[in-house]
Design a protein around this ligand. Structure first.
Ligand SMILES: NC(=O)c1ccc[n+]([C@@H]2O[C@H](COP(=O)([O-])OP(=O)(O)OC[C@H]3O[C@@H](n4cnc5c(N)ncnc54)[C@H](O)[C@@H]3O)[C@@H](O)[C@H]2O)c1
Ligand SMILES: [Zn+2]
Length: 363
């Protein structure tokens, strides 16, 4: 069991990570919340697997629980579903002293967190993330959002939970596709901040051995994110490091209309591509791109950007929502475990991308 505390200027909260924690979730929630009414928001798949036992554990502690089940998938993060959630909260007599729990992956965490941040101008919120991506990334740090037809996460806020409860045992039911997706982010944490984590990912014999070490992996990633968020809650400095591989990754996801590559896959390609470029111009230690390529291949993640779309994807980087008029903030590695961000003027971007070509064409 790992118990981490995220400390901000005006609040702090616990992030508990333990295999099997869900079995006593009622008691854990009781330790941070002394009133009686709870609304749980989840999706159909997670509900079928864990809904009943979570509700029972909460009721055994004397809580009065209502549950709303949404459809699984990204489309659920919509304004329409937000309205549905507000109606459900009103019908369940949820007031300002009630608690809202998001039980599920990043989709459920993001929409339920945004609902909690806006309903009655904000009600207490707890995250119980159930995908690898949600456990290592989206449940920690307070970013909550819904999508608009015009783009992802366009309506959102910073709203931290009262606590995050992470049970790594639930990852055993996650599909291989979604597990690999989360691993893309795990590799990112190793690459930007933790050489030891990266080395361990190389050393695990196979995925099975990695899965035996999930408590270490998840808590190490959460700890990295926790420290970064503590220093830079609103993403004006070091929090940008978490975007390693993402500037290109987002452009890839968008180019393929979010259909061909999952987020983790697109980020994997982004991490490799940008490291080829920074290595070629002498910023990154030689051999780093090769190390990344090896680890991505080991965990069935792609590294290569299809040639047919290279030119357009690279052009689109300038239109990323995080880019500025003058240039793009790129996160680059000095070596594995050591990263920094650099504002690359638009006028230098194309020669930077071209520099990586030599390494890329050799693949
Ligand atoms: N707020 C943030 O800081 C942040 C960071 C990264 C990503 N995100 C958001 O997270 C979302 C993606 O999250 P995700 O990848 O978790 O997707 P998701 O929530 O759609 O979950 C993926 C799938 O796994 C299923 N599932 C969840 N837990 C399961 C379990 N234990 N066993 C079996 N199946 C399970 C779900 O039903 C779903 O079908 C995106 O909307 C993204 O924008 C937010
Ligand atoms: Zn990501």
């Amino acid at each position: 069991m790992r118990n981490l505390c995220l400390k901000l200027q005006d609040k702090e909260y616990q992030i508990k990570i333990e295999k099997g924690l869900l079995n006593r979730i009622g008691k854990e929630v009781r330790s941070i919340y002394d009133k009686s009414r709870i609304a749980v928001i989840t999706d159909k798949t997670v509900n079928q697997l864990y809904g009943k036992s979570v509700v029972k554990s909460l009721e055994d502690e004397g809580f009065n629980v209502s549950l709303l089940e949404l459809e699984p998938g990204e489309k659920t993060k919509s304004i329409e579903n937000l309205t549905l959630i507000y109606e459900f909260l009103i019908n369940s007599n949820i007031n300002r002293s009630s608690l809202l729990i998001g039980l599920g992956g990043g989709v459920i965490g993001d929409i339920s967190g945004y609902a909690a941040s806006t309903f009655l101008r904000g009600i207490p919120f707890v995250q119980i993330p159930t995908t690898l991506l949600a456990q290592v990334d989206s449940s920690v740090g307070g970013k909550v959002a819904v999508n608009l037809p015009q783009g992802k996460n366009l309506v959102g806020s910073f709203y931290h939970p009262k606590a995050v409860f992470i049970d790594t045992a639930v990852l055993s039911t996650l599909s291989a596709k979604f597990f690999a997706d989360g691993l893309g982010e795990v590799i990112k944490y190793g690459a930007i901040k933790d050489e030891e984590l990266f080395r361990k990912l190389i050393e695990y014999r196979d995925l099975e051995e990695l899965k035996e070490d999930l408590e270490y992996i998840v808590s190490t990633c959460v700890d990295i994110k926790r420290k970064i968020v503590q220093e830079d809650e609103k993403e004006q400095g070091d929090r940008m490091l978490l975007n390693f591989g993402h500037t290109l990754g987002h452009a890839i996801e968008k180019y393929f209309n979010y259909e061909s590559f999952s987020h983790g896959e697109a980020v994997s390609i982004g991490m490799y591509y940008i490291t080829c470029c920074s290595e070629a111009v002498g910023i990154t230690e030689k051999g780093t791109a090769e190390k990344l390529k090896g680890i991505l291949a080991k965990y069935d993640l792609p590294h290569s950007l299809p040639e047919s779309c290279r030119e357009q994807v690279l052009k689109n980087v300038k239109f990323d929502k995080k880019s500025m008029d003058s240039g793009v903030n790129l996160v680059l590695l000095i070596k594995i475990g050591n990263s920094f961000y650099k504002e690359m003027p638009n006028s230098e971007l194309s020669s930077f991308w071209n520099a990586g070509g030599k390494l890329l064409w050799q693949q």
